[in-house]
Design a protein around this ligand. Structure first.
Ligand code: GAL
Length: 393
């Protein structure tokens, strides 16, 4: 890749959009996808940058044709994939589809291992702009790099720009090779579920579990424009009624609280993560829309340096994280305890470039702005996160 290409390539900022899995699970239909596309436009989410509409697992018919080609489930997607892609494109959005680097998808539908060229050509013909590529099915003895490289090569060979989203759950360190096989993002963990924390026996990881997992991995250097560590799709707005919560064996008794939703979203932005909304957009609340379109947080997620935020201080009740930005840094003060608490940090402890002796601080929740000589502090409610954008004067 030349320098020029690397500056103009795909996913220079983390991909943003909506994915069907958390909201609809294996019951997804073309109507759900069209409704989501309409809602992205009507709610202003498209304007805020959410552009990909991704159909996750279960869109395919149970059998391929004699050439191994995929087709859409005739009942749930009666007009086929191409017409659905047109519908999405007609609304100024981009269209995404799902397959797996194995014999079958996680829900047992036909997938792409050994048929990568054929399927990549189908995707391009159908107007697909984004491929989420899972890790289920029989791998036929092949390692992850070879399986994911085969689809990366096939996508590179078609005459269409397709964002390649590697969903290998980080099992064999996809952050180490994801970019080399053509990937634009790579999952770093098991599935996120609509819960703060899960116990060992439950399916999936809660929001706090994923933050812990990312901290422990220490993979910030793997991320840069064009290739992103992916902590999984957003569970913002979800709870026991979400289709994924009902589909998977996780005990979920209540929706994420407002504080949990805010901390979840703030951390995904601080990590510079892909932002794939996973809630039903047809009855989303005004508060959740405000959260998902918070311009200060989105600017942190999409900062041109493309760095991943990292922890400066960890603890059972208080954590400080920061992310270097092109003009300063974002600093997050997270109360992970159960009581309101004062969190204080000197910016020397964080990623803020300490060039001067005065700094402008913006509170990313209220939009308020002030100056500091180096001290940052906030009273933070349980499970809330204060987020500041700090720039040297
Ligand atoms: C999982 C994947 C989820 C979802 C699901 C569909 O492997 O991590 O995000 O795509 O499969 O079956």
């Amino acid at each position: 890749m030349t320098d020029d290409e690397s500056e103009t390539g795909l996913a220079r900022t983390p991909p943003m959009g909506w994915n069907s899995w958390n909201a609809h699970s294996c019951e997804v239909t073309a109507t759900d996808i069209r409704d989501a596309a309409d809602a992205l436009v009507e709610t202003g989410l498209r304007e805020a940058g959410y552009e990909y509409v991704v159909v996750d697992d279960c869109w395919m018919a149970e059998e391929t044709d004699e050439g191994g080609r995929l087709s859409a489930d005739p009942e749930d997607f009666p007009n086929g994939v191409s017409a659905l892609g047109d519908y999405v494109h007609d609304r100024g959005l981009k269209f995404g589809l799902y397959s797996s680097a194995g014999s079958h998808t996680c829900q047992g539908y036909p997938a792409s291992l050994g048929r990568e060229r054929t399927h990549a050509e189908q995707f391009a013909d159908w107007g697909v702009d984004y491929l989420k590529y899972d890790n289920c099915g029989n791998h036929r003895g092949r390692d992850a790099v070879s399986r994911y490289a085969a689809m990366g090569d096939a996508l590179a060979a078609v005459d269409r720009d397709i964002v390649y989203s590697i969903c290998e759950w980080g099992q064999s360190g996809s952050w180490r090779w994801g970019r080399n096989v053509g990937g634009h993002c790579w999952r770093v963990a098991d599935d996120a579920v609509a819960k703060w924390q899960t116990s060992g026996e439950e399916f999936g990881l809660g929001i706090a579990d994923i933050v812990d997992h990312v901290a422990a991995l220490g993979i910030a250097p793997a991320q840069a424009p064009g290739g992103w560590n992916d902590p999984d799709m957003l569970q913002v707005g979800n709870g026991p009624d979400s289709a994924q919560s009902q589909h998977e064996p996780t005990d979920i008794h209540r929706p994420l609280t407002d504080a949990e939703n805010r901390t979840h979203f703030a951390f995904w932005c601080l990590l510079g993560a892909p932002l794939m909304i996973g809630t039903d957009l047809t009855d989303i609340s005004a508060d959740l829309l405000d959260l998902l379109t918070n311009e200060h947080l989105l600017a942190i997620d999409r900062d041109p340096l493309g760095l991943q935020g990292t922890p400066d201080r960890r603890g059972a009740t208080q954590e400080v994280w920061s992310k270097r930005l092109h003009d300063g840094a974002a600093v997050a003060l997270w109360n992970r305890g159960e009581e309101p608490t004062d969190i204080r940090v000197d910016i020397d402890e964080t990623a803020v470039p300490t060039a001067g002796d005065r700094y402008t601080v913006r509170d990313c929740w209220s939009g308020e702005q002030w100056e500091t000589c180096g001290d940052l502090s906030a009273r933070v409610d349980p499970r809330e996160t204060a987020v500041f954008r700090v720039s040297p004067r």
